[in-house]
Design a protein around this ligand. Structure first.
Ligand SMILES: CC(C)(COP(=O)(O)OP(=O)(O)OC[C@H]1O[C@@H](n2cnc3c(N)ncnc32)[C@H](O)[C@@H]1OP(=O)(O)O)[C@@H](O)C(=O)NCCC(=O)NCCS
Length: 235
């Protein structure tokens, strides 16, 4: 349990404001930002930006905890790994009006935003974001660097691979596996497993990404890749 004195947040952005707000609401007394856009960016609202990653690494001993607040999953993960290698005291932040089961496990550097719910035996990897009013069902297993967008609902027993993003308002059926580096579009309904690297959208979710142009042009191909029956019941 860390002493909630002075928190360093790497990433002086919109998401950084949300993270700083949660820190203040959970008793951290002081927040200082770091960002590689320093010195061009020297403050975020009323919080100071003191330097980039090199400065933060030099000053780690001055802070009681460190957090990374970067929306881009791969970048957030890389920064967290850099800080973990330097033995930074990575914290997790849970908004006072989020509900996290004591039986759930949150990886270091995870942030749970207002209204979110995380149910029993969910295991979230390092640097997960569970955004505003999102839900994560029982027994979910997330790799590092996953982001569950605002209002998205992930049902129980869902596996999500490293760096995947569940878009705002999406729904994920129980028991499915979402691969690594997947982007689930806003409002999508994921009802079948999704392979690594795909961007999917719609109800039910189908591939959108360039590499899946054929699937996009031919809905039957997309349906087969996702293991869905064709509208006519043949695939
Ligand atoms: C799915 C997504 C990643 C696609 O982004 P993109 O590759 O830039 O795609 P485009 O905006 O160029 O749209 C390509 C096509 O997909 C459609 N499309 C895009 N997003 C869609 C969605 N969520 N659902 C259904 N169709 C979608 C577009 O209408 C467009 O169709 P068209 O080719 O027939 O005109 C993006 O639209 C999205 O939903 N992002 C999630 C954002 C989010 O959750 N933000 C939370 C911030 S905390």
């Amino acid at each position: 349990m860390s002493n909630r004195g002075h928190l360093a947040i790497f990433g002086a952005s919109g998401h950084g404001k949300v993270v700083a707000d949660i820190a203040m609401q959970t008793g951290w007394r002081e927040v200082t930002f770091f960002d590689d856009a320093w010195p061009d960016k020297s403050c975020l609202e009323h919080w100071p930006v003191r330097g980039g990653m090199a400065v933060l690494l030099n000053q780690l001993s001055q802070f009681d905890g460190v957090m990374v607040a970067i929306g881009h999953n791969a970048v957030r993960q890389a920064k967290l790994e850099t800080l973990a290698r330097a033995d930074a005291r990575l914290v997790t932040l849970v908004h006072p009006r989020a509900t996290v089961s004591p039986l759930a496990r949150l990886g270091a550097g995870t942030v749970v935003v207002a209204g979110a719910v995380i149910n029993a035996f969910a295991e979230l990897g390092m640097g997960t974001i569970v955004n505003t009013s999102a839900t994560v069902g029982h027994d979910c297993r997330f790799g590092p660097g996953v982001h569950v967008g605002p209002g998205a609902n992930v049902a129980g027993d869902v596996a999500v691979g490293r760096g995947s993003w569940i878009g705002v308002g999406a729904a994920v059926r129980q028991g499915v596996t979402i691969g690594e580096g997947v982007m689930v579009g806003a409002g999508a309904a994921v009802v079948a497993d999704i392979a690594d690297g795909l961007t999917v959208a719609g109800v039910p979710a189908r591939p959108l990404a360039q590499e899946n142009a054929t699937a996009r042009d031919d809905p039957a191909v997309g349906r087969r890749r996702l293991g869905l029956a064709s509208p006519q019941g043949r695939s």
